[in-house]
Each structure stands twice: as C-alpha cells, then as structure tokens.
Design a protein around this ligand. Structure first.
Ligand code: EPU
Length: 468
C-alpha cells in the first residue's frame, strides 16, 4: 500500500512525468539496495523571478496524521478525503496497516481505512520513529483496548520534545504508564475513567492524544489549558462525525462526554495553513503576486496581519487569499505563540522575509528551544542574523547570494526554497526528504507559478558503498 504518484489529469505530459518520476525513484532505490551507488536528491532553483498565478493548497498534514491514527479508536471503516500526498501520511497509514488495519487507496488524496481487525499490537519501531504523530496511536489503542505499547516518536529535531503531558493525561484517565526502553506502555485493566486534566503548557499533541483516549472513557473528561489549533478542531469534528461527544474544541476548555461505541464516517481534512503561509511568504519574498486557493483565511490571520504591517498587500476571499508585493518591506518584530498567535511552523519562512526587509527586525521563538538551526544555512546565502537565546536579530536589506544549503528540518527546508527563489542565480538544496515529509508536490506547485525549480539526482560520493 502506498498513496499513488499523482498523475495530472491523465494527460500525456502528466503520464510522462509520472513515469519519469517512477523510473528515477526506482533507480535510486535499486542503486541503494545493491550498494553500487546511492543517489542524493536535491532541489535546484534558478531564482530571482517574481512568482505569479494561482496555487491550490492541499489538506493539512497535522490534521491528517491525527485523523488517520484516531481512526483506530473507531473500530470501523472510515473514508478520509483531502489527504495530503506526503510521506508523513504514508507512514501513518503503514503504522495502522502494521497492526492489522486494511487500507484501500481510493484516489490520490482519499483512502478507506478499515480498523475493525486492528490488534493492540506494538507497531514496528522503524515505522513509529519516523514521525512525531505516531504517539496518537497510544491514545487510540488505550481508549479502545485499555492497553497500548508504542515506540517513542521521532519527528523534526528542534530541541527537547518531551511527552510528560501525554503521560500525565493517560494516568489521570486511570492508566498505569511506563516509559522506558524507547517505548511508552499504558494499561487500564478496567478501561479508562473520565477525569479533569489541566495542562501546564499548551500542547497540541497532548490535547489531541487526550481527546482520542477519552472519547470512549466512562464519564465526562475536561481538558483545561487545551491547545486551540485548527487541527484540534478538525480532529474533534472527525471524531464527532464518528459518534463521539466532544465540545469546546478550538477553545482552551474541552469537554469530552464518553460514549459507548463509535462508528465509521466519511471525512474531509481541512486545508493546510502552514503550506498556505509558505506560499504567501514566497509571493512577497520574490516581489510577486499569488492567489492562494482552498484555504481558510481565518487560520492565516496572524500571518496576514504581520505581512500587512510590513507593507505587503494581503486580501482575503471566502476560500482564498491573495498576496501582492507592492513596495519595499518594512521591518517588524515577530513572536511565535500557540494558536491564534504567530505559528512556530512559520518561523523559518518568516525569517526569509525579515532578511529582505529594509531595516532591523527581531523574531522570538517561544515554543521550541532549538528552532533557529536554519540560521547557519541562511548565513551561507549572505543573511546577517544573530541569535541570542530565544531571539534572532535580523539586519535586513539582504541580497541573497547563491549557495548549496540544506533543509535542517521540514519548515527550515521550505524557508531555503523561498530564499532560493528570491536569489539571483542557482541555489542547491540538500536533504529534501525532510521537505517532502510535509509539502505536497512542492516543486511542481512552485513551477506552476513561474519558478525555475526542479528536482535532480546526484551520486552521493559520501555514501558510495564497497562492492565486492
Ligand atoms: N511539551 C511538553 N510536554 C509534552 C508535550 C509538549 O513540555 O508532553 C512542550 C514542548 O516541548 C513544546 C510545547 O509543549 O515546547 C509545544 O509542543 P506541542 O506538544 O504543542 O508540539 P507537538 O504536538 O509535538 C505539533 C506539530 C508541530 C508544531 C507544534 C507546535 C504535529 C504532528 N506537530 O507538535 O508541527 O510545531 O505542534 O505548534 O501536529 C510541523 O508541522 O512542522 C511541526 C513540527
């Protein structure tokens, strides 16, 4: 099982592209297996041209991974639509398949997930470690079977990523939890019992995991200081469509009235506000104009406000936003905060705009302890940025120079693409698998709005294997 390679409208050009993609991917895979050559994928950008046109935003990664793994608690058949065709989604589906779910791919962005035959088995560590969201399976299995054993998750590396709030919530619901040997094990012999839970800090993951675990618990669970991100609302809407009784998602107090059983449903994932934000920033960074379609403008309000403060024209429509670069961009101060504050997942992309502003700006990070690893890469391209503790200071007026840079994490990789698009000359971006974890067809989408961007495959001399 895997989500299919997208074929554009079945046209000749689309089929040809898909075949070429398949041949290259297979070639790289076979070479890797035989050890003759290992190929490195790069994104190559010939930048310096304004982006213009219309781009369509895909389903939200962080909602999709939560909904897919939460489907395990339903014990029924769910059809999930508007899924982003990205590797994080494929990994979630593989995790479910590894413990007995049946997955049927319906189209390039829809799957049917049958979780009736799922067991409370431990999914393979090599799958679980690939994505952060894999811990949602613990909430789902614990809620459904009263026991779960799941390896501790991976994900982007931008500092310590504890799971103490998840553990605290499972314990409050009556589970005995042990964390050790790279695993989290939770057991509630007589099932979970509702409780009131207060989170010391706003955690998206812990809020989602608690909701998933509590939907079948006996009684009413209250989560205080819950995170308010749109993907939490999406997850709650999905579970409510499956027969759950969750109220208040999107506020900081969520009430979950436990129900006896759930059923399957058909559900469509909301658009990805971070993908949309990435294109908004790219439009301004390249002095272009983009109509960004299939978005929920409300989710983008903080970013839109900051961009307007910089002098960029941002217009909102029912399901779209447009961004038009009009004049030099003014410097601003930005601070990341939980939703509805400025999203930490837009920190690196926003940094590119702050480099280009016509004066000194600051960017303070309050969510992750090590989010500024991309600064070294932007400095390779000529950016003048100084990081002190949790704040980055930007001199502004940067004229980026071409360089070879790498994606140090998913959003940092997107920032490198934007910086490259705003640079006169050829920039090469390495470690692009990190970018593909979260962006659907990023190369094709940027090419569709006028960028000179492509993927290329190079022999990786550092990884050449011995052939005997
Ligand atoms: N935290 C704790 N204890 C916990 C959990 C979290 O102290 O048990 C702290 C973290 O250390 C961090 C803060 O709480 O300082 C927020 O972490 P949160 O749990 O909200 O993050 P997450 O659920 O692991 C999700 C997104 C991230 C996004 C953050 C913040 C998913 C799969 N991931 O992570 O998205 O940065 O929320 O909004 O939903 C991305 O998409 O690129 C990405 C990294």
């Amino acid at each position: 099982m895997s989500l299919p390679i997208p074929v554009r409208n079945g046209c000749h050009k689309g089929r040809h592209r898909a075949r070429r993609h398949f041949r290259r991917t297979r070639f790289a895979e076979i070479s890797a297996r035989t050890g003759v050559f290992i190929f490195m994928e790069k994104i190559i950008v010939e930048g310096g041209f304004p982006l213009h046109g219309r781009v369509e935003i895909s389903g939200m990664k962080n909602a999709a991974v939560a909904v897919i793994l939460a489907s395990a608690v339903t014990g029924d058949v769910c059809v999930i639509d508007n899924l982003p065709n990205i590797s994080d989604v494929t990994h979630c589906l593989k995790i479910l398949e590894s413990i007995g779910a049946r997955i049927r791919v319906i189209s390039k962005d829809a799957v049917e997930i049958d979780t009736r035959s799922i067991r409370d088995a431990e999914p393979p560590m090599e799958l679980v470690r690939k994505i952060r969201a894999s811990y949602y399976l613990a909430g789902a299995l614990l809620g459904r079977f009263g026991r779960a054993k799941v390896g501790l998750p991976g994900g982007c590396d931008f500092g310590v990523r504890p799971i103490d709030l998840h553990v605290k919530a499972f314990e409050a619901l009556g589970a005995e939890v042990t964390v050790g040997g790279g695993c989290l094990e939770a057991v509630a012999k007589d099932g979970l019992l509702a409780n009131s839970i207060y989170f010391d800090c706003c955690s998206v993951g812990a809020t989602i995991n608690t909701i998933i675990a509590a939907v079948l618990a006996k009684g009413s669970t209250i989560i205080e200081n819950a995170a308010r991100e749109p993907h939490i609302v999406d997850l709650a809407n999905f579970l409510n469509a499956c027969g759950a009784d969750i109220r208040g998602a999107g506020t900081n107090i969520i009430k979950i009235n436990g129900v006896e059983r759930l059923h399957g449903c058909e559900y469509s994932i909301i658009p990805d506000m971070i993908e949309a934000g990435t294109f908004m920033v790219a439009a301004a960074a390249t002095k272009g104009n983009l109509y960004i379609d299939n978005v929920i403008p409300k989710h983008l309000e903080t970013l839109s406000a900051k961009m307007r403060e910089m002098g960029i024209t941002v217009e909102e429509y029912d399901e779209a936003v447009s961004v038009v670069y009009t004049d030099t961009m003014k410097p601003v101060n930005v601070k990341t905060l939980p939703y509805p504050g400025f999203p930490t997942d837009m920190n690196p992309q926003m940094a590119v705009l702050l480099c280009l502003a016509n004066g000194a700006s600051t960017l303070s990070e309050t969510i992750w302890s090590n989010r500024f690893r991309y600064v070294d890469e932007l400095q390779r391209m000529g950016a003048r940025i100084r990081v002190e503790d949790k704040t980055a200071f930007f001199e502004g007026n940067t004229v980026f120079t071409p360089a070879t840079v790498k994606a140090v994490d998913l959003r940092a990789g997107a920032a490198m693409v934007i910086a490259a698009l705003a640079t006169n000359g050829r920039t090469e971006i390495e470690e692009i698998a990190l970018i593909e974890r979260g962006y659907v067809d990023i190369v094709e989408k940027f090419r569709g709005v006028g960028a000179n961007i492509r993927k290329a495959y190079f022999p990786d001399s550092t990884k050449q294997a011995n052939v005997s």
